[in-house]
Design a protein around this ligand. Sequence first.
Ligand SMILES: [Zn+2]
Length: 100
Amino acid sequence: MPTCDNCHNKWNWKQTIKKTTTLNPVMTCPYCGEKQYQTQKSKTKIGFLTSIVLLPLLLQIFFDMPGAFLLSLFPILTVIFILLYPFLIKLSSREEYINF
Ligand SMILES: [Zn+2]
């Protein structure tokens, strides 16, 4: 679960979901009101998790799996993703940019 870089309070699952489901990359800490940003490393981890969730779609393309099987699998994977991703979020007080 993410911990505020400023006041070191741990955000709970519900707070994390609420803060991360907006399009705004700036997340304000519910405890100290300080602006928090998701670290680049944690973004990479979440990207990895997303690809795991999308994996059944790729399997469908390559192995021609029955659509009904995928349709039943997809909500399960989505739920797993929503449950897991707050654990991968790390916060920083400064906004990070990718350096190429
Ligand atoms: Zn805080």
